[in-house]
Design a protein around this ligand. Structure first.
Ligand code: DX5
Ligand code: ZN
Length: 220
């Protein structure tokens, strides 16, 4: 799998989400940020809205659950039609069981780490996961500044994936833009969430293409 661009709709117009997603036809996935006002100090949407969005687009949905009690709530997002479901390891009591359940219900299973959460304690989980999401801002809001201090963790995650010989995708989320995407590629990421960069552009789909071109040239 090469470079993938996954725009986040967090900075889109929530009153017109179907139309907003139709503006990014070349996206590989649409990233949907689920926030519960407990795990993060912000509140967005839940499975019912995501189910409606899934019906309105052919682009697969990539759910990023910033919610407490991921163990009890994650499967609702598989059932809502998400092709990939990411839980935060800080909010999961039994991450192995949860990843297996997500996979068993037919979605890709992914684990996210906040900026201060290290990857090393979770090395043995890598074969259970289809993707690891490294947050490069504190989760909760779009439009924050990229945290360069997370780059060494991206590098370590890539090294661990190589060591285990797994095909796990490595996603970066937070402050990804034309200014920061090359650093992420060089550190070993292959899947990029971009919210404000895409939805503040006059032509969001052109921004998807520009981000992809920059990442692909950094990767080659
Ligand atoms: C933040 C969310 C991100 C957010 C990214 O907690 O997880 O997906 O939408 O937005 P930007 O790209 O603006 O940092
Ligand atoms: Zn996100």
């Amino acid at each position: 799998m090469g470079i993938q661009i996954t725009p986040s709709i967090l900075n889109a117009d929530f009153a017109r989400l179907g139309e907003e997603v139709a503006r990014i036809p070349s996206a590989d996935w649409v990233h949907v940020d689920v926030m519960d006002n407990h795990f993060v100090p912000n509140l967005t949407f839940g499975p019912t809205m995501i189910e409606a969005l899934a019906r309105s687009t052919d682009v697969p949905l990539d759910a990023h659950l910033m919610i407490e009690d991921a163990d009890r709530n994650a499967l609702a997002y598989v059932e809502a039609g998400c092709g990939s479901v990411t839980f935060h390891v800080e909010a999961a009591r039994a991450p192995v069981r949860l990843a297996r359940e997500i996979r068993a219900h037919g979605a890709r299973a992914s684990m996210a780490l906040r900026p201060a959460t290290p990857i090393e304690p979770y090395e043995d989980l890598l074969p259970e996961l289809d993707m690891v999401l490294i947050m490069t801002v504190e989760p909760g809001f779009g439009g924050q500044k990229f945290l360069d201090l997370c780059l060494p963790k991206i590098r370590r995650a890539r090294e661990l994936m190589d060591k285990h010989g797994v095909e796990t995708w490595l996603q970066v989320d937070g402050g990804v833009s034309l200014d920061t995407i090359e650093r992420c590629v060089e550190a070993g990421a292959d899947t990029f969430v971009a919210g404000s960069a895409v939805y503040s552009a006059d032509d969001p789909d052109r921004m998807v293409a520009e981000l992809r071109a920059k990442a692909e040239s950094a990767a080659s």
